[in-house]
Design a protein around this ligand. Structure first.
Ligand SMILES: [Zn+2]
Length: 349
């Protein structure tokens, strides 16, 4: 039996897409912060496979091929341009393999090129060429749909969408919204999303950069501006009005802040800002109530966040077998077989 595609699933309810492989594999010691190139795909493919599987078990409906920043500009920067095609093809093959273990969709992925410049035709040509080669590899791999993500220029998103549209596959476009709260070419998120809708995208929204608290007002703006499905994939950090992006978060604890190089918590000293899984559950309910159907968590996400998201939507993915149950905790538990003296001691813990 053929599996349901993205649009059928979105029509029926929320679709979960786990993201954030870069941060998680960096923490695990298989990828370098800075250039953030997914060399792990070629060098430690079993680690990528395991992480996909962790997210699948936690409830992700989509396995997104780990081709984020596996584009020509980045590969050139680290001197591995010759590995560009093998890296993309391998990432796609790994995603397909794991998706087939469940009922998951496989997504191809293109992202911010860091080459685009408003009004620069040569840059636009370069961006298009980078997207065309990656989208062609994704099409060869017979992905179910393609995501263009973390793009902060409307102009760049338009090129990405145009390239995806040639494939006839469903297109998801998510913008990255920096401190200014608008696209780098000056458009408000709602305006930019409407433009992307008019150009034929199937899903539009925001990913990365902002935690739910500072992302959701803009997601609401987008929800009101378009009639296609809307996506929200925040980072799992407590961003604030004063520091609305994870790049701008600064540690306020003088006992700790002094040892952080340049005083910049991004990207590898963000631990104290991490949200709890309960906050992810709150985000899921809020987004769902708003009619936002394409949900996930970006950089910083772990499988426990995705499981919390799935459970908040009323699901019980395989990893829910190990969701917390404090009834058998030696001190806080309620099980009558527990020692009474330990339960009484709980107030002293
Ligand atoms: Zn991200």
């Amino acid at each position: 039996m053929a599996k349901n595609g993205l649009l059928e699933r979105l029509a029926a309810g929320p679709v979960i897409c786990a993201e954030g492989y870069l941060f998680e594999l960096e923490r695990r010691g298989y990828l370098q912060a800075g250039a953030y190139v997914p060399e792990v795909v070629l060098d430690f493919p079993e680690q990528v496979e395991n992480l996909h599987r962790d997210f699948l078990r936690a409830g992700s409906d989509v396995i997104e091929a780990f081709t984020y920043y596996a584009h020509r500009e980045k590969l050139r920067l680290i001197g591995r341009e010759n590995d560009l095609e093998p890296m993309n093809r391998q990432a796609l093959a790994i995603a397909k393999k794991v998706a087939a273990e469940g009922d998951a969709l496989v997504a191809g992925n293109i992202c911010n090129t860091n080459v685009f410049k408003a009004g620069d035709a040569d840059a636009a040509r370069q961006v298009r060429a980078m997207y065309e080669e990656q989208v062609a590899w994704a099409t060869d791999a017979e992905v179910d749909f393609i995501i263009a993500e973390t793009i902060s220029w409307l102009g760049e998103a338009e090129i990405a969408l145009d390239v995806i549209r040639q494939t006839k596959l469903p297109a998801v476009v998510t913008f990255a919204l920096h401190k200014e709260g608008k696209l780098r070419d000056g458009f408000r998120p709602g305006e930019a999303a409407k433009r992307i809708e008019d150009l034929g995208a199937d899903v539009v929204g925001l990913n990365c950069i902002r935690g739910a608290r500072t992302m959701m007002p803009f997601v609401e703006e987008i929800r009101a501006a378009v009639s296609i499905h809307v996506a929200a994939l925040p980072v799992p950090y407590r961003t604030t009005t004063a520091e609305p992006t994870f790049e701008s978060l600064t540690d306020k604890d003088p006992e700790c802040a002094h040892c952080i190089p340049d005083g910049r918590s991004f990207p590898v000293a963000l631990d104290p800002f991490q949200v709890t899984r309960y906050e992810i559950a709150e985000f899921a309910r809020q987004a769902n109530d708003m009619g936002v159907r394409y949900l996930g968590v970006c950089c910083g996400a772990g499988p426990h966040h995705i499981r919390a998201l799935a459970e908040a939507l009323g699901r019980r993915p395989p990893a829910s077998r190990f969701s917390p149950d404090m009834s058998k905790h030696y001190a806080y538990g309620t099980d009558p077989r527990l020692k009474q003296e330990n339960r009484e001691y709980a107030k002293n813990l």
